[in-house]
Write a protein that binds this ligand. Structure first.
Ligand code: FES
Length: 80
């Protein structure tokens, strides 16, 4: 059975990203540097998700870790 990730926040986290740069989104919810991985997933069944920015600009990363469109917010936090 897959465990649910920890809920790191109930709002998406806005980040200015750079086109072509790789970002490692925390999928376990335990990182202290949300929305990104800090290695805290060690020992859990979760691993970070790599995401390459398609263009420069502001995006909203999921913090509740319940999104269906990871690593981006899809509004799932509204149902928690
Ligand atoms: Fe959460 Fe790495 S700290 S996936």
């Amino acid at each position: 059975m897959t465990k649910q990730p920890h809920i790191a926040g109930n709002q998406p986290i806005p980040v200015e990203v750079e086109e072509g740069k790789m970002y490692w989104w925390c999928a376990c919810g335990l990182s202290k540097r949300q929305p990104f991985c800090d290695g805290s997933h060690k020992g859990t069944e979760f691993t970070p998700q790599g995401w390459e920015a398609p263009k420069t600009g502001k995006v909203f990363f999921c913090a509740c870790k319940r999104t269906g469109k990871s690593p981006m917010c899809d509004g799932s936090h509204n149902a928690l």
